[in-house]
Design a protein around this ligand. Structure first.
Ligand SMILES: *[C@@H]1O[C@H](CO)[C@@H](O)[C@H](O)[C@H]1NC(C)=O
Ligand SMILES: *[C@@H]1O[C@H](CO)[C@@H](O)[C@H](O)[C@H]1NC(C)=O
Ligand SMILES: *[C@@H]1O[C@H](CO)[C@@H](O)[C@H](O)[C@H]1NC(C)=O
Ligand SMILES: *[C@@H]1O[C@H](CO)[C@@H](O)[C@H](O)[C@H]1NC(C)=O
Length: 302
């Protein structure tokens, strides 16, 4: 009996050792297996800034191959600036998920994500607004190199505008979250002119939008969910939602709307959930939601 126990203990120690030897985590990072799969390793790193402590080039190349997920948290105690070079992550060519939080970037250089053919989900939240003067700037080539990216979260970055074609290199993009930035005009959100044809959700909540111009988001023909709450929208122009024929959920609550143009929902025939609370709407034209063959008229109005 005793010897059996010893053997079991011995084997598990051996197993643990062999596992520890197969992966040597960089300083400041912890590693774990994803789905119990040895070839899928997730790294969780807590560092001060990205340039100094997280030297991704130091990885042994046979190790970086196994990494499918990286979470990086920079210290937000001291406001040290982070910087990254083009192709910063290219040795991680099996990477599917990258989440960078609290690292203070001023800009994301061209080609920083080049080589990430398997990326599905990218989050960069600088929380730059903690450092009020610091905005994040993207250039039109900042996001090249991720042909399979489906989900992008750039919330809380103090973004004031985005280059016109910045999302064009992401043909698989479905979910875009730009919440809690400083965006003032939908025309400067980088999703128009054919770049967002496949977007399904767009979150622009908690920005500084003041108006929605006619056809401002036209081109987002697959868009099903649009979140505009907590902006400063006082004007919806006639035709504000034209082109959004797949729209299902629209949240324009907590804005400054006083009126809705009579035909504003004439093309969003699939609209099922509309949130308008916490505006200054007094009279809503009867029939506004029923003029089209809208699947569900909004109950309390029709
Ligand atoms: C966008 O991010 C915020 C903050 O994490 C989250 O609350 C919100 O649900 C996200 N939006 C969508 C559409 O998932
Ligand atoms: C809906 O209204 C807009 C703005 O008034 C107009 O340009 C568009 O042609 C209308 N669409 C339909 C289908 O009536
Ligand atoms: C809509 O926005 C309000 C804020 O005004 C928020 O409380 C609510 O959760 C949002 N609902 C959905 C479904 O997005
Ligand atoms: C109503 O809108 C104002 C202005 O956007 C916001 O500050 C407030 O939190 C909102 N109230 C609720 C209950 O969502």
């Amino acid at each position: 009996m005793d010897s059996q126990v010893t053997i079991i203990v011995f084997t598990s120690v051996l197993l643990a050792l062999s596992q520890a030897f197969t992966f040597q985590s960089p300083e400041n990072c912890k590693w774990r297996l994803q789905d119990g799969n040895k070839n899928k390793i997730a790294l969780d790193c807590s560092i001060r800034t990205i340039n100094s402590d997280f030297d991704i080039f130091k990885f042994r190349s046979d190790q970086s191959e196994q990494i499918t997920s990286i979470n990086v948290d920079c210290s937000d105690v001291f406001f040290f600036q982070s910087t990254m070079e083009p192709r910063a992550f290219q040795s991680f060519y099996h990477l599917q998920q990258l989440d960078i939080q609290f690292c203070k970037f001023k800009s994301l250089p061209a080609g920083i994500f080049l080589g990430l053919d398997n990326m599905k989900s990218l989050t960069v939240r600088t929380h730059n607004s903690d450092w009020s003067a610091m905005a994040l700037e993207l250039i039109s080539n900042s996001l090249v190199g991720m042909p399979h990216l489906e989900s992008l979260d750039f919330g809380e970055n103090n973004l004031w505008d985005l280059p016109e074609r910045v999302f064009c290199p992401l043909p698989a993009l479905r979910h875009l979250n730009l919440t809690a930035n400083r965006l003032q005009e939908v025309s400067k959100v980088g999703v128009v002119r054919g770049c967002g044809a496949h977007l399904v959700t767009l979150d622009l909540s908690a920005n500084d939008l003041v108006a929605l111009p006619k056809a401002g988001l036209a081109g987002l023909k697959s868009l099903r969910e649009l979140y505009l709450q907590y902006n400063k929208i006082s004007i919806l122009h006639d035709g504000a939602f034209v082109g959004l024929s797949a729209l299902n959920v629209l949240n324009v609550s907590s804005n400054r709307l006083v009126a809705l143009p009579p035909d504003v929902f004439n093309e969003t025939t699939g609209l099922q959930e509309l949130y308008l609370q916490n505006n200054s709407l007094s009279v809503v034209a009867l029939g506004l939601f029923c003029s089209s063959q809208s699947a569900h008229c909004i109950g309390y109005i029709c």
